[in-house]
Write a protein that binds this ligand. Structure first.
Ligand code: SF4
Ligand code: ZN
Length: 398
């Protein structure tokens, strides 16, 4: 077999389509049909030479190369690629001083490829870093999706002998689940924003779960593609405040919040998938039922087009956010404390409390993408409505 590289381009010949078919499991993880995922890294050999051997691994010079690294083009065997990937994550953590020795690290575990790879890599590195790990999973209450994903997290915890704690939106947020939020926002003009609501609540839930297990730090599995999509989304929304906060590898824990970091932030999604493949990791790859409505999908499509024209576009966007300088008038006000829960907030209420407040009053509101404007400026003003609890869900109590 020859060597292969990941590619989102259209195949140039029928032969390419044929050789791509075994890659379907990986292509699902990248949200691509199988036939556009893998392509020969060199022009295809003539049909009379179908057994062209793969080159030797450029690192160990013993095994045959199994892939060409998307970033560098280096041909590596699976073992050397995984070792290089782990070394790069170690460098990110050490150089960025993200996780000091003795840290109790809550790993946000969703069962998906990113958090699975993050947990596996950190478990490999934990003895060298002198840290201990605790998986924290969030049950958003999404029927037909989250139960299967949580089952994957439970299998990982059992296999890797890591402690696992599951926190549920319904318990933390007065009975609200994401399904209830989706029902409540249906037809309100906010129904396409489930992921924005969910992102705010999940951040809070993960913080609560981490505190529950005595963690000193929180890590999440965001990769370089996720971060580049976020930068693009913030630009497209004109959200200067989030752009200003979005740089760097995490947040140091302002206002009493636990320090957060993203050790995979410089790893491309393709390499995360390849690492999971070569380490034979068991993860959940179905898409959440609300994901197709998310604005992020447009940023993802745009990013793929940009990457096809300029392969460094993903990392360039991540680094541009780190170096972005905002005019003083565009900077968000210094954060204070939420008057209800004490969490970090740039207004009277933090985003989670404001969002729950709106839901409980039957008036869902979003603060995302509105720069320095107040929460109530989102959408046309409406008369206050009586409290409208979600059907068949416990009545929210705050
Ligand atoms: Fe939440 Fe959206 Fe992710 Fe589903 S896709 S879990 S709604 S953020
Ligand atoms: Zn609050």
């Amino acid at each position: 077999m020859g060597t292969w590289e990941l590619s989102a381009g259209r195949p140039q010949s029928l032969l390419e389509v044929v050789v791509l078919l075994p890659a379907s499991a990986l292509s699902r993880s990248l949200d691509l049909p199988a036939w556009v995922l893998f392509r020969r890294s060199r022009p295809l050999p003539p049909l009379q030479d179908p057994t062209m051997p793969a080159p030797q691994c450029a690192s160990c010079h013993k095994a045959r190369a199994a892939l060409r690294r998307p970033r560098s083009g280096q041909a590596l065997c699976g073992a050397c690629f995984c070792a290089a990937f782990e070394a790069e994550v170690l460098h990110t953590v050490v150089a960025g001083r993200l996780l000091p020795p003795g840290a109790v690290v809550a790993v946000g575990a969703s069962g998906g490829k990113d958090s699975t790879v993050l947990a596996h890599v950190l478990r490999e590195l934990a003895p060298r870093l002198g840290i201990s790990l605790h998986l924290v999973a969030v049950d958003e209450g999404i029927g037909g999706y989250r139960d299967a994903a949580l089952a994957a997290v439970r299998r990982q915890a059992a296999r890797w002998e890591l402690p696992l704690t599951v926190v549920a939106y319904a318990d933390l947020f007065g009975g609200w689940t994401m399904d209830a939020v989706a029902r409540s926002t249906a037809g309100s003009g906010r129904s396409r924003a489930c992921c924005t609501f969910c992102g705010v609540l999940r951040r809070r839930a993960l913080e609560e779960g981490a505190r529950l297990v005595g963690a000193t730090h929180v890590v999440t599995g965001h990769n370089a593609d996720d971060m580049a999509e976020t930068v693009l989304m913030n630009f497209l929304r004109g959200d200067a405040g989030r752009l200003a906060r979005g740089g760097g590898l995490g947040s140091p824990g302002e206002g009493g919040a636990l320090p957060r970091c993203r050790p995979l932030q410089l790893a491309s999604q393709k390499e995360v998938v390849l690492y999971a493949h070569f380490r034979r990791l068991d993860y959940f790859s179905e898409e959440c039922v609300y994901a197709p409505e998310a604005f992020r999908g447009h940023a993802r499509d745009l990013l793929k087009m940009l990457e096809a024209a300029r392969p460094s576009a993903v990392l360039d966007l991540v680094h541009s956010a780190e170096r972005l300088a905002l005019a003083p008038t565009a900077r968000p006000p210094p954060p204070g404390a939420c008057s209800r829960c004490g969490a970090l907030a740039s207004r009277a209420l933090c985003q989670a409390c404001a969002l729950l407040d709106g839901l409980n009053r039957g008036r869902p509101r979003l603060a995302i993408g509105k720069g320095r404007r107040g929460l109530d400026e989102e959408g046309p003003p409406r008369e206050p409505q009586p409290s409208r609890p979600p059907a068949s869900e416990p009545v929210p109590d705050f």
